[in-house]
Ligand binder design. Structure first.
Ligand code: K1U
Ligand code: ZN
Length: 171
């Protein structure tokens, strides 16, 4: 197992599109294990492979937040097959945008099909925080960050703040 470095925005690597994986083989299985370990340590409730510099359609999630037993979910090639017209707004954060939070509105319920850690095709329905988190992580697979759902003004403010912080940390 290994902790992977998380890329912090603004960074061109976070704007790239991830590639479909051929199968969940031992290499992708190990990536999922390392991503889960990285997510738990951060701590976070989700992580997408592009955030650790791997341009593959792989995401991991666990929305239990340490309350009760862990419930890790690993998905390769996730695809939303249905979403509700009803929407819900959550305050979102992102491990690639440290200490930045804002309200994002997304479909309240989704159905998603994916390859699980055993390389089996699965479909599940999600609502609440899980539905939001899956959509947030899937956005990372197309180079979209939660700030891309905000106004131009808010996005600019957050990205400028992070750019300054990165400069300070580098000096
Ligand atoms: O960077 C990421 O993609 C992970 C991100 C996921 C997310 C959070 C909130 C709404 C949608 C998606 C995070 O995990 S940010 C950290 C966070 O929310 C959290 C961390 C510890 C306990 C509880 C929440
Ligand atoms: Zn994120």
């Amino acid at each position: 197992m290994a902790i992977l470095p998380i890329i912090i925005a603004p960074d061109p690597r976070l704007k790239k599109k991830a590639e479909t994986v051929a199968a969940v083989d031992s290499e992708i299985g190990e990536l999922m294990t390392n991503m889960l370990e990285t997510m738990y340590l951060a701590p976070g409730i989700g992580l997408a492979a592009p955030q650790v510099g791997v341009l593959k359609r792989v995401i991991v999630l666990d929305i239990t937040k340490g309350e009760g037993p862990p419930d890790p979910i690993c998905m390769a090639n996730p695809e939303i097959t249905w979403c509700s017209e009803e929407e819900v707004t959550y305050e979102e954060g992102c491990l690639s945008l440290p200490e930045q939070f804002d309200q994002v509105t997304r479909p309240a319920k989704i159905r998603v099909s994916f390859l699980n850690k055993k390389n089996m095709q699965e479909e599940c329905e999600a609502d609440g925080l899980l539905a939001t988190c899956i959509q947030h992580e899937m956005d990372h697979l197309t180079g979209t960050l939660f700030v891309d759902h905000l106004s131009h003004l808010k996005r600019g403010m957050i990205l400028r703040k992070l750019k300054k912080l990165k400069k300070l940390n580098a000096s």
